[in-house]
Ligand binder design. Structure first.
Ligand code: ZN
Length: 195
């Protein structure tokens, strides 16, 4: 079942999400729904707060970045990178900062280059509540850093400079009012109601 994606401006996107237990109601169904919702919106990652749930869970499938195309070979780190992250903890980010154009299903129509460190060491539980600790790099690290920010109540636009932020202000305001077109269903904090 596809879920509506929460738009910029909803407080759930600004909350620090809570850890969950293995008996979280219908967790398997929720994970399936999140993948279905993400694929239908052509996303490579989706965090639970984006479907209105303030819990520490996100799903990623970066394989589109791993495919070879006319621009050259795909990103090695993204090949087969499909995972569920539950109660993740970033232990360390390392390496040089690099820029990558990011977008967000909750902030449609805005893509900006964001600087992040190239490697991330992360501990997490998978969908079977088995613990893993992995060192990610490249695009795989990038997608995870973006989604991890969501469960910390942070958004990629927070990382932009003051000039960019000012420039985007009216666009963001429009998104929060539902004045944006998307191919997928969204939930807007202010609805379309006029004051
Ligand atoms: Zn996002």
């Amino acid at each position: 079942m596809k879920l509506p994606i929460v738009a910029y401006g909803d407080p759930v996107l600004r909350a620090k999400a809570e850890e969950i237990e293995e008996d979280y109601p219908n967790l398997k169904g929720l994970i399936d729904d999140m993948f279905e919702t993400m694929y239908a919106a052509s996303g490579v990652g989706l965090a639970a707060p984006q479907v209105g749930l303030p819990i520490r869970l996100f799903v990623v499938d970066a394989t589109p970045f791993g495919e070879d195309d006319e621009d050259g070979p795909g990103d090695e780190s993204a090949k087969d990178f499909k995972k569920v992250f539950i109660n993740p903890i970033i232990i360390e980010e390392s390496g040089d900062l690099w820029g990558f154009s990011e977008g967000c299903l909750s902030i449609p129509g805005i893509n900006e280059e964001v600087q992040r460190k190239e490697n991330v060491l992360i501990n997490y539980l998978d969908e079977n509540f088995e613990e893993h600790e992995v060192l990610l790099t490249g695009v795989a690290a990038r997608v995870v850093q973006h989604e991890y920010d969501h469960i910390e109540g942070k958004l990629f636009i927070d990382k932009l400079g003051p000039v960019k932020k000012t420039f985007l202000k009216s666009k963001l305001e429009a998104i929060s009012k539902g004045e944006v077109k998307t191919s997928y269903k969204m939930k807007f904090p202010q609805g379309r109601k006029k004051r």
